[in-house]
Design a binder for this molecule. Structure first.
Ligand code: R5P
Length: 301
C-alpha cells in the first residue's frame, strides 16, 4: 500500500513596512516572498493588491506590522486575508508582531467592547488558520479565541542582554507583568519584584503605590510588554530613584513611545530604553524575526 504526501505550496506576503520579516522568513524557508501593493483612496479607504497570482498557492503567510496606523493596517490585513481565501488559498497564517487592541482584553467599564475578541473574531470569520504575535498583553486572553493564536515570548533574548551585568534587580511595573520578570529572572538567577499600579480607566492616568524595595545601589531593569505614553515607566522610575537605585533601565517588547515618551522617560532618570523590532524605533535592539520564523516553520512543515 502506498502513501501519498500532500505538499502545501506556501507564499510569504508582507506589507511594505514589514518586508524585513518577510525576507528573513522566505530566505530561511526557501519560499517566494512578495510585498503587497497598498494605497489609500482619496476618501481614506484602503486598497491592497497581491502583485502575483496567489490562486496558485495553497498556503499563505501574511505579515503585517500593525502599528502605527493600526486601524488602517488591520483593515489591510482583513482585505488581504479575504482576497487570498476568495482566490482559493486554503491556509492563511497571519503574523502580527504587535497585536493592536490587545490591552482591551476585558470589559473594564459597563458598555465597553472586549476589543481584542472583536479583532480575533473578525479574523477568524474571514478564515484565518492562525494568528501569530509576540508578547501579547495577556496570553490567557487567547483562551476563548476561535482561531489558533500563538504567543511568542522574547524573554530569553532580554535575559541574554543582561548577562554579565552586576547588581541586577528586575522589576515589573505592575502585577500584570510579574510573570514576565519572573521568566527573565529564571534565565539569570537574579532577584525580581513588582510595583502596584493603578490606572484611571477614564483619564488613563497612572499612579503607583509606594513600596519598600531592595534596590539601593542596584541596576534596576523594568520589564513590560508595552511603552505607550511612558506613564508607567516614569512613575516606577520615580519610586526606584527615591529608593536609591543606581540606574533604571526600561525594556519593553512594543514601544509606541507616544508624545515623546522617550524624552520624558530620560528626563525622569531612565538610563536606557530597549525595545524589540515588533515596532521599529531607534531603541529596537532586540530582533524577534528568528523567533517568528521558528514558529512559522513549525506550522508549515
Ligand atoms: C499595561 O498594563 C501594560 O502592560 C503597560 O504597562 C502599559 O500599556 C504601558 O502604558 P503607558 O506607557 O501608557 O503607561
Amino acid at each position: 500500500m502506498g502513501y501519498s504526501l500532500v505538499v502545501v505550496k506556501y507564499l510569504v506576503a508582507s506589507f511594505p513596512w514589514s518586508s524585513d520579516v518577510g525576507n528573513d522568513m522566505a530566505n530561511a524557508l526557501g519560499l517566494t516572498h512578495v510585498v503587497l501593493e497598498t494605497k489609500q483612496f482619496p476618501d481614506g479607504e484602503s486598497y491592497i493588491r497581491y502583485p502575483i497570482d496567489v490562486s496558485t498557492y495553497d498556503g499563505l503567510i501574511l505579515i503585517q506590522r500593525a502599528y502605527p496606523e493600526q486601524n488602517t493596517r488591520l483593515i489591510q490585513v482583513m482585505l488581504a486575508v479575504h482576497a487570498a481565501r476568495d482566490l482559493g488559498v486554503k491556509q492563511v497564517h497571519v503574523v502580527l508582531p504587535y497585536l493592536p487592541y490587545s490591552r482591551q482584553d476585558r470589559r473594564f467599564r459597563d458598555g465597553e467592547p472586549v476589543s481584542l475578541q472583536t479583532m480575533l473574531s473578525l479574523l477568524s470569520s474571514l478564515g484565518v488558520s492562525s494568528i501569530i504575535t509576540v508578547d501579547v498583553h495577556k496570553p490567557e486572553a487567547f483562551r476563548i479565541a476561535n482561531t489558533q493564536c500563538i504567543n511568542i515570548e522574547p524573554f530569553e533574548l532580554y535575559a541574554n542582554r543582561l548577562k554579565g551585568v552586576e547588581n541586577v534587580v528586575l522589576l515589573s511595573p505592575d502585577i500584570g507583568s510579574l510573570w514576565r520578570v519572573r521568566k527573565v529572572s529564571e534565565y539569570l538567577g537574579v532577584p525580581f519584584s513588582y510595583l502596584e499600579k493603578f490606572r484611571d480607566r477614564v483619564t488613563g492616568e497612572v499612579t503607583m503605590k509606594p513600596k519598600e524595595l531592595d534596590v539601593a545601589g542596584k541596576e534596576v531593569f523594568i520589564i513590560d510588554d508595552i511603552i505607550a505614553t511612558g506613564g508607567t515607566i516614569i512613575e516606577a522610575t520615580k519610586i526606584l530613584k527615591s529608593l536609591g537605585a543606581t540606574r533604571v533601565h526600561a525594556i519593553a517588547t512594543h514601544c509606541l513611545l507616544l508624545n515623546m515618551a522617550d524624552s520624558r522617560m530620560f528626563e525622569t532618570g531612565v538610563s536606557s530604553i530597549t525595545c524589540s523590532n515588533t515596532i521599529p524605533t531607534r531603541y529596537s535592539e532586540v530582533n524577534v524575526n528568528q523567533l517568528i520564523l521558528n514558529v512559522v516553520r513549525g506550522l508549515i512543515t
